[in-house]
Design a protein around this ligand. Sequence first.
Ligand code: ADP
Length: 551
Amino acid sequence: MSVAALIHQLASYLLKLIVDAFEAGDTESIPYIVALYPISYFLIQAIYRGAAFAIGKTCIGGKEHLYNQVTKYVLGHSHQYFSDRFAGSVMGKVSNATKAFESFVEYVLWNYLDSLVVLVSALIFVSLVSVHAGLVLLALVFILILFNYHLSKHAQRYAKISADAQSKQSGVLVDIISNANTVRQFKRLPQETETVSHVSKLARQAEIKTRFFGEWMLLGNALIITLSFGLIMWFLVQDWQAELITTGSIVFIIGLLMGMGYQLLFLGNAFVSGSEQFGQLKDSIAELLIPHSITDPETATLLTVPRGEIIWKDIAFEYGPNKVFSNFSLTIPPGQRIGIVGPSGSGKSTFVSLLLRQYDVTSGSISIDGQDIRNVTQDSLRENIAVVPQEPSLFHRTIRENITYGNPDATDEEVIAAAKKAEAHDFIDQLPLKYDTLVGERGVKLSGGQKQRVAIARAILKDAPILILDEATSALDSESEVAIQKALHILMEGKTVIAVAHRLSTLREMNRIIVLENGTITEDGTHQTLENQPGTYQRLWRHQAGGFVGE
Ligand code: ADP
């Protein structure tokens, strides 16, 4: 690229030779010199195109590498990271970062490197012709750099405001689109449209401000360049009148100046765009690459679960100022099925999250078969725990892929056997493409009960020694209810089970029930014992309606 830029500059020298040849009436060499002009043009273009391809290829490869690496890193973030952010905005940041990387590298090479060669060579050539003109040009470059460097800070500020407004705009849109059904249900379309118009308006205003400032900067540059070029021309005319330089030399310099005009004018833009792209790259990367909050220690071992005993010892945990557990202890013997009930906000989900090490406890320890969960790899921890979540999340892939997610090597027979145990085979069999049916984004094409059964089949196939069951609070139709109970019964066999249970039918399957209130165990016993003793469980049990324990 530098070679091409240099030849480009030398092409202006051809102008000098041509004019001087004409002035001298040197008819013999004129055709040759003139022919050099198109040849050099093609040469320059050919070299530039080669450079462009090489740079493009490298940048595209770099973009791919970055995309993969950043995605891998981001997926290692904790539960908290994803709870605090919109999926759309995280995704947007990944693609922004990769795009900004590509454009930043290309920008630096095309604008900075290319401009540097053009400016330095022009300085040398102009100085060779006229020292005065060279000095003016040097001063011009310095003044422009200072002027633009100073203003680019403001321009960056505007650009940042504008970028923030745009990311807010897309965040709002993603939120509304993911809740499109709720919007329709509550007839809030006009209000949501209004919300979108409002953020769009802010984005537009910020963008226009950025543009306006940018154009003012360019106009300022143009003024400085005009004055300097005027001064250079004045010096050249003086020299020409004193017969120190030829007409061709003046044409040479004019050619150089014309060629530099673009670079000089957009020097400010180079600052602004370069630092804007760098800023964008830095911003997106910074947010994506914040340190992982939950990491494996270097000495982490692989969790082994021969028995399935879980011990909570003096646990304290809080979300910021919100204390959930203090001094919480609980021993779950191997193979026990423990049901957790309690009012909303009592800490049931947090209990489950801590066991999965989605958060680290503040003090105390949770251990499985004698191994502190902080001392084993997170992968091995999660490998040994199967979770049937409250709202099973399914990929927009086939049912088969969703079921085999925890065990990709499972054979078709194993998948079908698991689906049968999960009471899911019959409904899957009636789908148009059976196990190859796509489930729709997040599984929207399946009913709640069907999704639950796919999740149960997935857990059956994973066959982990510890099972966490987070029951959905919403009612299922009685057919699904019966099917799910049968499926769960099979799933729970021989495992240590922790169930956040809302259904009496599930609670009956448990051999121990604890009542959690404000992060404290207030009742602990079998269903029979607790049912017959006055207290929260008895009250919940008696208030039950249609098989549900009210929270
Ligand atoms: P339950 O599952 O019994 O409804 P949770 O474990 O969800 O209870 O919540 C226990 C307490 O912790 C509640 O006061 C809740 O507001 C708070 N809480 C839950 N999740 C978070 C979170 N991610 N950030 C801050 N506070 C939370």
